[in-house]
Every structure is written in C-alpha cells, then in structure tokens.
Design a protein around this ligand. Structure first.
Ligand SMILES: NC(=O)c1ccc[n+]([C@@H]2O[C@H](COP(=O)([O-])OP(=O)(O)OC[C@H]3O[C@@H](n4cnc5c(N)ncnc54)[C@H](O)[C@@H]3O)[C@@H](O)[C@H]2O)c1
Length: 365
C-alpha cells in the first residue's frame, strides 16, 4: 500500500509499491515520448537496474550520467547535460526522470526547467534526504561562485515516486544526513513528532515509510501555503543559514566535506543557540535538542574558520536588504522568520555549534 500526498499540481507517491504507480503514470502521460533518466555513477549501478528491469517503458530510455557529489552541482554539469539532451534530440515533449539524491534532483530539475524553456521531469529520490525533503517542493538549482543554490528555479515536478527500497544500499552516513531534515521538520512544525523522535535510540529499526510520510506531509503543507518562499516557506530554512555556509566552506576546504544534512545538523545547533539568546527559546528544551543531535551526529567537525563562515552567511541568498535573515524558534513548532541577530551573536553561535560535539554543552557561555 502506498500513500499519495497531493501537492497543488502534482502527486507524491510514497510506499514500497510506487514502481507500479510509476509505470501506470508513464503509460498514461508519456507513451510515445522520449524519456531520459539522469543518474550518477552510484544510482546508475545500484538503483537504475531495479527500475529499468521492472518498467518496460524505461528499457529504451536514454541514460544520462553525471558525477556524484556536491561539487558537481555546477554549471559545467548542466552544460554537459543540455548538450546531451540536444545531441539526443530531446524535444519539448520529452521527459527527464531524476533518479538519485538531492544533487541529481537539484541539477536534473534545473536542467529540465531550463532546457527549451522547460520540459517535464519526475523525481525518484534514492537517498533519505531527497525522500524526506529535496524531491518534493519544486526548488532546483546549482551552486555558483562558491555559494549554495545561487542559481535555480521554482519548477514543480510532474510527480514524485518515493520508495524506501532504495535505502537498502545507502551508506549509514547518508541515512543520518537525511535524518537531519526529519529532525528539522519536527522542530519547526510538530512538537508531538519531536517527542516521538526523541525516543529513538538508533536508526537501525526505524519504520521509514512512516517517517518519510510524515516529513513529506509537513514539507508539502508548508510549500503549498507559500510556494515562492515569500514568508511561511522560509521556516524550512531553519538550520540552513549557518548550515549552508558550513557546507560551502567544507566543500571548498575539506577533502571529505560535510554532507548537506550534517551541515544542517550543526547549523540547527547554532540556530537553537541563537533562538535561546534572541527569542528566549527555553534552555532545557535547547539542551534536549542539542544532545539529541549530538547523539546521532558525532565526530563531524573538522577545522573551520568562523570568520569565513560568517562571510559566507552574509553572501547567503536569504540576505535581504543587507540583513541576514534567520529562522529562529520561540519554542518547538513555533518558528519566527526574518530574524536579525547581531553579527556578534551569530559569531558566538557559529563557535558554539562547532564545539566539536563535546560530551556536555555549556549553554550559558
Ligand atoms: N531542492 C530542495 O528543496 C532541496 C532540499 C534539501 C536539500 N537539497 C540539496 O540536496 C543535496 C544533498 O542531497 P543528498 O544528501 O541526497 O546527497 P547526494 O545527492 O550527493 O547523494 C549522496 C550520495 O549517495 C549516493 N546515492 C544516492 N542514492 C543511493 C542509493 N540508493 N544507494 C547508494 N548510494 C546512493 C550518491 O551517489 C551520493 O554519492 C544538496 O545539494 C542540497 O542542497 C535540495
């Protein structure tokens, strides 16, 4: 059985049997059309055979491959993909299926949204992070000039098909990275869910369908209320103002950079600290959140220069009229957008979030 979450103009299918629905959807909407599948080298090996063997319409699809990794979420990757689409005579009726994590989804969505002024695309997320967050919501894009998601569009997919089946081959570190966005959704929107998550000791025996279902439900509800991110949708950026800066910093300086969710997990610690100082977020709840994050994310923080991270925050696209806009929490599930704590406080928060996951945290420094 699968759940169908309806977004404003497309459907998100979640369940173990979404491949059956994918086949029906393709037959109904894309018979006789050219189909392209974007993969990276890992999803080519671990995920593509599974769908191309089961879905007859995909046997003749043209496979486009990009290199995995955040550093390839770039203009040069897009140029190569636009060229391949052109060489294979993709036309306005062609379909691009993005089979991969958030990087494949963001790049593929952007390539599809811009090729011939826009062709249809479907997302089949294969990482937890893409299942609970990146695949639904219609944002796509690439990094540019050292900044995260500096160029991109808001374009909705034709549909999203989520199956936790793909998690079987996903590395534990990637599962944890995706779990950061699950935590974020509970913190910004659902106190009850947060209490439930808090009881989890390990991610080994989790009912992923239930977790994915709930996370997508929250994200979709917020996105439907404010697709273009004028107000409410900004709450989804909790943890991301510091997180994105750390991620960009890490991609530039570290041989083994932070994963997106790892950077967001650290960012949430920094932004909980800011919430406490700026909005009186209760310190006992802050301690609970921080120790929960520390329990699941350990040994991540390598050498980081807080001044450079602060500079990156100032270049962040969420900066409006020279102010950096944070999403901070007054309490669990009570987010406040457009918050402007002082630079001094932000620098303290960066330092705080980077305390390399000490066993005890001093919230009163
Ligand atoms: N558009 C949005 O709304 C949105 C939201 C959140 C995050 N993002 C973006 O998503 C990106 C991060 O996505 P991610 O965490 O999925 O990283 P990712 O796409 O880099 O995937 C992580 C790694 O897992 C591999 N992989 C993917 N599926 C696999 C599978 N089933 N088995 C084995 N290996 C597999 C990939 O090849 C890659 O090496 C960031 O660029 C972030 O900015 C976008």
């Amino acid at each position: 059985m699968s759940t169908i979450i309806r977004s404003s103009s497309y459907e998100i299918f979640i369940g173990n049997d979404t491949f059956i629905q994918l086949e029906k959807f393709l037959l109904k909407h894309y018979s006789g059309r050219k189909i392209f599948i974007l993969v990276d080298e890992n999803t080519n090996e671990k995920c593509l055979p599974f769908i191309s063997e089961r879905i007859s319409m995909l046997k003749d699809a043209v496979v486009l491959q990009m290199e995995s990794g955040e550093k390839n979420k770039s203009l040069s990757t897009c140029e190569e993909l636009w060229k391949q689409l052109t060489d294979h005579h993709a036309d306005r009726k062609s379909l691009l299926i993005n089979l991969g994590g958030g990087v494949v989804g963001d790049v593929g969505g952007f390539v599809a949204a811009t090729y011939m002024r826009g062709i249809d695309f479907i997302n089949i997320p294969t990482t937890l992070l893409a299942m609970v967050d990146a695949s639904a919501g219609g944002k796509n894009g690439i990094n540019f000039s050292g900044l995260k998601n500096q160029v991109g569009t808001f374009t909705k997919p034709a549909a999203v098909f989520i199956s936790p089946f793909f998690l079987k081959t996903l590395a534990e570190r990637e599962i944890k990275s995706g779990f950061a966005e699950v935590i974020k959704h509970a913190l910004i929107a659902d106190a009850e869910k947060w209490e439930e998550l808090r009881q989890l000791n390990s991610l080994a025996d989790v009912n992923w369908i239930k977790i994915i279902d709930h996370s997508v439900y929250i994200k979709n509800k917020i996105v439907n209320a404010d697709f273009r991110e004028r107000n409410k949708r900004k709450s989804l950026n909790f943890g991301h103002t510091i997180g994105h800066a750390l991620e960009s910093y890490s991609v530039k300086h570290h041989a083994d950079p932070l994963k997106h969710g790892e950077a967001v997990a650290i960012g949430m610690i920094g932004e909980i600290y800011l919430s406490m100082k700026h909005l009186d977020f209760p310190s006992n709840t802050a301690e609970e959140v921080i120790s929960f994050i520390q329990k699941h994310f350990v040994n991540m923080v390598a050498e980081i220069n807080p001044d450079e991270v602060l500079e990156l925050i100032h270049s962040d696209k969420k900066k409006e009229q020279s102010e950096v806009n944070f999403v901070l929490l007054k309490n669990i599930a009570d987010p406040f957008i457009n918050q402007n704590p002082s630079d001094e406080l932000v620098k303290q928060a960066i330092g705080f979030s980077l305390q390399p996951f000490k066993s005890s945290v001093d919230l009163h420094q």
